[in-house]
Design a protein around this ligand. Structure first.
Ligand code: NAP
Length: 282
């Protein structure tokens, strides 16, 4: 079905991880869909999309349990990402939240543990907890999510803050604000960005410009949206798909090479930012 291997990106610590993974928000909310969702995640792993993104927030822990089910006999194949909620992100709260996530995930370690978004607890405290969790082998890397440039600057100013492995943010054709400042800021520091909601939760899939390019390549609109992100070699992309068909389609987006004309047409339909905008989040 697809000729290309999954491309990888290097984390600041040197480890390489796949640039196309799988999201899990809104999974495990309906018992009738659970089997298909678990199968979809496993199909994605079979296809090399071994980075799985989840969070304690998703389904109030149920998404982590679904991931546990999907990876039970193949934990070592997977690069597991989970997140602590801001309200739990005090020093002791982060450690306790991580322990709960590990239990639900049925594993002894999370590969990348993110602060889901900024909260009241001091960043220093969350960072101290992350560092302690790395020391205890309970997480392998840590990072942040929904951090705008001022948050990243603040983090960079804290001792140890430069160990951040990624910033997971909203980024897709309809949400290009980070291209103005946050993305260049991250690139200067060789910090990979993880793009969430890469197809805008499906809302962008009725666009004439996307349809035209998809038609030209015999691809789908979702594939064009994903290929547009994947062409940038420091972006990690984590579409959520709850059917094997969507997973296979998303994997095959790696085979779609957009031409300069396609990219120009996409820039006309979804213009890049010309001034700073606050980071958007979903
Ligand atoms: P998304 O991946 O942009 O879109 C998911 C939606 O697109 C689902 O309805 C899915 O349908 C559909 N879809 C997937 N593949 C498709 C295809 N090939 N063709 C047509 N439709 C397709 O949105 P998202 O779930 O918000 O974002 C992805 C992941 O990022 C999340 O699951 C989560 O892990 C993470 N995230 C993080 C944050 C954060 O604050 N850090 C926020 C949002 C999301 P089916 O389910 O029916 O396949």
């Amino acid at each position: 079905m697809t000729g290309n291997a999954i491309p990888t990106v290097r984390l600041p610590g040197g480890e390489t991880i796949p640039r196309l993974g799988q999201g899990t928000w809104r999974m495990a909310e309906k018992p009738s869909l659970r089997k298909a969702e678990s199968e979809a995640l496993r199909a994605g792993i079979d296809l090399g999309m071994t980075l799985i993104d989840t969070a304690e927030m998703y389904g109030d822990g149920a998404a982590e349990q679904l991931v546990a089910e999907a990876i039970r006999v193949r934990r070592d194949e997977v690069f597991l990402v989970s997140k602590v909620l801001p309200q739990n992100s005090s020093r002791a709260g982060t450690i306790a939240a991580c322990e709960r996530s590990l239990k639900r995930l049925g594993t002894d370690r999370i590969d990348l543990y993110l602060l889901h978004w900024r909260g009241m607890p001091a960043l220093e405290d969350t960072l101290a907890a992350f560092t302690a969790l790395v020391g205890a082998g309970k997480i392998r890397h840590w990072g942040v999510s929904n951090f705008d440039i001022d948050d990243m600057e603040e983090l960079a100013g804290i001792p140890g803050g430069d160990a951040v492995a990624t910033n997971q943010v909203l980024y897709n054709l309809t949400r290009r604000g980070i291209e103005y400042d946050l993305l260049p800021w991250s690139r200067r520091r060789h910090l990979p960005v993880m793009a969430y909601s890469p197809i805008e939760q499906g809302r962008m899939l009725n666009h004439t410009a996307l349809a035209a390019i998809a038609g030209k390549h015999g691809a789908t609109q979702a594939q064009v949206a994903l290929a547009w992100l994947l062409r940038q070699d420091d972006i990690i992309v984590i579409p959520k798909a709850s059917s094997r068909q969507h997973v296979e389609e998303n994997r095959a987006a790696l085979d779609l090479v957009l031409t300069a004309d396609d990219l120009a047409a996409l820039d006309r339909a979804f213009p890049p930012p010309t001034k700073r905008r606050p980071l958007e989040m979903l």
